[in-house]
Write a protein that binds this ligand. Structure first.
Ligand code: MG
Length: 247
């Protein structure tokens, strides 16, 4: 079932999404050379708790940290670790959500540590742009497939990760509908005012192929090339889409 949020729910959601967005900003500030991803996660966790919120990801289906931190060829679901030390030229995808007043926010951003190569810079720009192309289609009268198709068009010829998708957000971190980052326009559920969705392109520099790691969480590119991930929680309205995780 696709939930439509009332005005009262949207007010609560806005607190959760604001805390999520601020947590992501705090994470970005912490992503510096010499810092471990474990330390970044602790900064995120402290911030969320300081706001009276809960980290949405902590213990979600057994996930052991407050944020997913995925470096370079790790696409998503990287487990923060004392053994992963950030260095100049790395890219760091941080995915974080906060639960407040019974509602979740969800967002992600791929941060740069120092200077990155031109190729990687372009991958990040393209993926972020694709997120906004998808968001632009999140309007009443369109269908989910219009979002998916806009993202696919914006990132071609990069490799699209097809196994993981965007999703509805609300009382649960992951709700219906699923939002693939590829596919034909004009298909799938109709978009309606009051829907709240997380749109999240995960794009690889080369092939879209993925590899599951033995820890049961970490997803890497099959070819070892870098990957980018940008995500916003978006409210569909009678007018323009509202990016709830934008500060
Ligand atoms: Mg998400």
């Amino acid at each position: 079932m696709i939930n439509l949020r009332t005005q009262r729910e949207i007010i609560k959601l806005k607190d959760a999404t604001r805390i999520s967005a601020e947590a992501l900003r705090v994470a970005g500030e912490a992503c510096k050379a010499g810092v471990t991803t474990w330390e970044v996660d602790k900064v995120v966790e402290k911030f969320i708790v300081s706001q009276g919120a809960e980290p949405s990801f902590l213990n979600y289906q057994g996930f052991p940290a407050s944020s997913c931190i995925s470096v370079n060829d790790t696409i998503i679901h990287g487990i923060p670790s004392k053994n992963i030390v950030l260095k100049d030229g790395d890219i760091v995808s941080v995915d974080v959500g906060a639960k407040y007043n019974g509602y979740h926010g969800d967002n992600a951003f791929t941060f740069k540590v120092g200077d990155v190569s031109k190729d990687v810079e372009q991958l990040l720009e393209t993926t972020e742009k694709a997120l906004y192309c998808g968001i632009a289609q999140a309007v009443v009268g369109n269908r989910i497939g219009d979002i998916s198709h806009a993202i696919e068009e914006a990132v071609t010829p990069y490799g699209i990760v097809k196994e993981f998708v965007g999703h509805g957000v609300g009382k649960n971190l992951h709700e219906e509908p699923e939002i693939p980052n590829f596919g034909p326009a004009g298909r799938g559920p109709r978009l309606m005012a009051g829907m709240v969705i997380a749109i999240e392109p995960m794009i690889n520099q080369a092939s879209g192929g993925i590899k599951h790691c033995p820890d049961g969480w970490t997803i890497k590119t099959a070819d070892g090339k870098p990957s980018a991930h940008f995500e916003h929680t978006v409210l569909i309205t009678q007018n323009e889409p509202v990016i709830l995780t934008k500060l």
